[in-house]
Design a protein around this ligand. Structure first.
Ligand code: OAD
Length: 236
């Protein structure tokens, strides 16, 4: 790595695993106990908004109880070192990157900390709406609120900015993601096609591991602090 490199990092549920947040597809992960089509699609929300809200309220309250781990913190250090030449893209909705201090961050699948009105589209912090009703109500227009989560079949946020960053990336780092959910799963191939060096940090080999040039297998909370220290030292 050199100081002129442009670093794009993609994270998934694995980076928050050591904070105590469940991943989706691992043993005992969220999708073992819930069907995606029951809680994570627009059709599910139309069919049974009470069930969908119950699922996301539970996850919202859990997210307030967990803390960022050394993997999140290491990425804050990497951002401080590379400044404008750094972008963190996350599929996570738990808010832990923000709480760790990451600023150049795009939360492409939304966030548990906010919700928005299905009618007037006004966006609210969960902390400023009454979560007691089975389906919380918009303070602005009294229609239903919905979680600010990008569900399956919906368009992820910030795709234009992400694609621009991918064309500039000289190093792409994939962390804690199974590489199974489109379009995030394709970012590594796109970056590599543009000649970026690709690095993977994951507990298991991800689905898209054929695009990884340098793979570090294990827990991101243990591996990232060491790697980041090394990358910063070699680019001082
Ligand atoms: P997954 O649950 O699919 O994958 C988590 C990955 O993290 C797996 O490859 C694990 O091996 C790895 N892992 C587990 N613990 C780890 C640790 N301590 N350190 C490093 N790696 C670890 O989660 P995602 O890939 O994030 O979307 O899932 C992508 C999207 O699918 C999510 O954003 C969510 C989900 O359905 C929506 O809800 C729209």
């Amino acid at each position: 790595m050199t100081k002129d490199d442009f670093i794009v990092v993609l994270t998934g549920a694995g980076i928050s695993a050591e904070s105590g947040v469940k991943t989706f597809r691992d043993y005992d992960g969220l999708w073992e106990n819930h069907r995606i089509e029951d809680v994570a699609t627009p059709e599910a929300f139309e069919r049974d908004p009470v069930l969908v809200w119950r699922f996301y309220k539970q996850r919202y309250f859990q997210s307030l109880e967990v803390q960022p781990n050394p993997g999140h913190m290491a990425l804050v250090e990497l951002e401080k070192h590379f400044g404008e030449n750094f972008l963190l893209v996350t599929q996570n909705v738990d808010g832990l990157h923000t709480r760790a201090g990451s600023q150049r961050l795009l939360e492409m699948h939304g966030r548990l900390l906010t919700c928005f009105c299905v009618c007037c589209k006004a966006n609210f912090k969960m902390s400023e709406v009454d979560l007691n009703p089975d389906i919380p109500v918009c303070p602005a227009c009294s229609d239903s609120l919905r979680p600010d989560i990008v569900w399956f079949g919906e368009m992820p946020y910030f795709l234009d900015e992400i694609y621009v960053a991918l064309t500039k990336a000289t190093v792409f780092i994939s962390i804690g993601t199974s590489g199974m959910v489109y379009p995030a799963s394709q970012f590594i191939a796109m970056a590599r096609h543009k000649k970026a060096k690709t690095i993977g940090v994951n507990y298991d080999k991800p689905e898209n591991n054929m695009y990884i040039d340098e793979f570090h297998q294990g827990k991101s909370g243990e591996i990232l602090p060491v790697l980041v220290k090394q990358w910063i030292e070699e680019t001082m």
